[in-house]
Design a protein around this ligand. Structure first.
Ligand SMILES: CC(C)(COP(=O)(O)OP(=O)(O)OC[C@H]1O[C@@H](n2cnc3c(N)ncnc32)[C@H](O)[C@@H]1OP(=O)(O)O)[C@@H](O)C(=O)NCCC(=O)NCCS
Length: 173
């Protein structure tokens, strides 16, 4: 996504149906969405786009603050009408290829509400392993919820599954 996409990103981020029932409710103004694209420390969202050019959701990556860590975290959402077609699994596989090809990161992690079975399947199909339960990790709809922490290590990934080295390097910013 580019800065000019911030109105659509703000719209999606503010719609409960896009973030789904297992994510905290968000309200993001267009000005706040613009800031996401201005700071390198903010998350970096990428569109999930179909071959016909329609934009159906996003996968983002962001830094996890840890003084000695070389780790990145990812998050993702699709619009409801495009779920259950395998698109998010493919998008997460592409993001994993991209990050291991273009960043000096040892692990990529993701957290998901323990009830979010679709998200857990996406991660497992993309090669992530469940590491454990983080207790009362999210505050969602008025209650604290447990989350599973998943990760994939560089040595488990081994080589690109979808991207090639050339495509990732040419897209790296
Ligand atoms: C999680 C999400 C991104 C998954 O995207 P998706 O494109 O539908 O995922 P895929 O089609 O690639 O795979 C989903 C898998 O979960 C399964 N699944 C979907 N809903 C399910 C449910 N309620 N219970 C169990 N499995 C479910 C599908 O059958 C599929 O598995 P299969 O390939 O073995 O059949 C999507 O549901 C979404 O946007 N949810 C709202 C936002 C969200 O929760 N984001 C993740 C935050 S951690």
């Amino acid at each position: 996504m580019e800065k000019e996409d911030s109105p659509l990103f703000a719209e999606w981020a503010s719609k409960p149906e896009v973030f789904g029932e297992y994510n905290p409710l968000h309200q993001m103004s267009k000005a706040e969405a613009e800031k996401v694209f201005e700071s390198p420390l903010e998350m970096k969202p990428f569109f999930v786009e179909k071959k016909d050019g329609s934009k159906i959701g996003f996968v983002s990556h962001f830094h996890v603050l840890h003084v000695a860590g070389k780790l990145l975290e990812i998050g993702y959402s699709l619009i409801p009408s495009e779920r259950g077609k395998g698109y998010c699994t493919e998008a997460v596989r592409i993001m994993v290829d991209y990050l291991f090809l273009s960043r000096d990161t040892m692990r990529i992690q993701a957290c998901t509400d323990t009830r979010n079975l679709a998200s857990q399947k996406v991660l497992e199909k993309a090669g992530f392993k469940k590491e454990g339960t983080m207790r009362k990790y999210f505050f969602i709809r008025g209650e604290f919820r447990d989350a599973f922490l998943y990760s994939i290590l560089r040595e488990e990934w081994k080589e690109p599954k979808i991207l090639t080295k050339t495509t990732a390097q040419s897209k790296h910013q």
